[in-house]
Write a protein that binds this ligand. Structure first.
Ligand code: SF4
Length: 237
């Protein structure tokens, strides 16, 4: 199946461990594109530093070039980008219907955009129209996370809040008690619980769709994250 923007989750480290068939969209994170605009409006110094170094600022492999080209299109011709996105989703949806299964889609592999609003704005469609698909994402946008935390919305699009050094403990507790799970990066071993909430191992799978509610998704610091001094990574012993 040839797709314009979205990749098969089997081809990359983030989603390869998922038990269910998954597709993912990768853009160039933060401001790594030719327009200088930012696909991660809520990024912090801590997360951007870890992310940009792993994304290899200055290194231009074919994969990075392709991500940059997609990101340029997103900013320079959002209507065309949205049309291409909808065509990809329709193809994956047809596959799901033909094979009589649900396929999972993560559109913010390395971005933090409300793609459902984009589909709505340019094409007047929403995720519900892709009946064979379920969507999941991480975000640093508290309002978006809370907006999609109702039982009805969460059935189609499951959002996990991604904690940064700018969040207080109270912010995290508020989200967790309001139906939003929170991903937290820990320096070494994952604690059994944190701030009074159970911690599950988020490195076993990326597929957050089936996580029980009211849990912290513990991730171990990787790559540049191991050197973090911003507070983005929790130094929990
Ligand atoms: S918001 Fe996410 S994708 Fe964007 S820079 Fe931070 S960690 Fe990377």
């Amino acid at each position: 199946m040839k797709l314009n923007l979205i990749s098969n989750g089997n081809t990359n480290a983030k989603t390869i461990k998922n038990d269910e068939e998954t597709y993912i969209l990768y853009l160039s994170p933060y401001n790594l594109n030719d327009t200088g605009k930012n696909v991660c409006p809520f990024a912090t110094n801590g997360c951007a530093k870890a992310c940009l170094n792993s994304a290899g600022r200055g290194k231009f492999s074919n994969v990075q070039k392709a991500r940059r080209r997609k990101t340029n299109l997103f900013f320079q011709d959002p209507q065309k980008f949205t049309q291409d996105l909808a065509i990809d989703l329709a193809k994956i949806n047809n596959k799901a219907l033909k094979e009589n299964k649900t396929i999972f889609v993560r559109l913010n592999g390395t971005s933090d955009i409300n793609f459902e609003k984009l589909l709505n704005r340019y094409l007047n469609i929403n995720f519900a129209q892709f009946v064979g698909l379920k969507f999941y994402d991480y975000t640093k946008d508290k309002n978006k996370a809370l907006e999609y935390s109702t039982n009805e919305k969460r059935e189609k699009y499951r959002i996990t809040y991604s904690r940064s050094e700018n969040d207080s403990e109270r912010d995290i507790q508020n989200l967790l008690t309001n139906g939003v799970n929170v991903a937290i990066v820990f320096a070494k071993n994952l604690p059994g619980e944190y701030l009074g909430f159970p911690v599950i191992n988020g490195d076993l799978t990326d597929l957050r769709f089936n996580d029980q509610l009211g849990v912290i998704i513990g991730l171990k610091a990787k790559g540049e994250g191991k050197k973090d001094t911003s507070g983005f990574v929790i130094q929990y012993q």
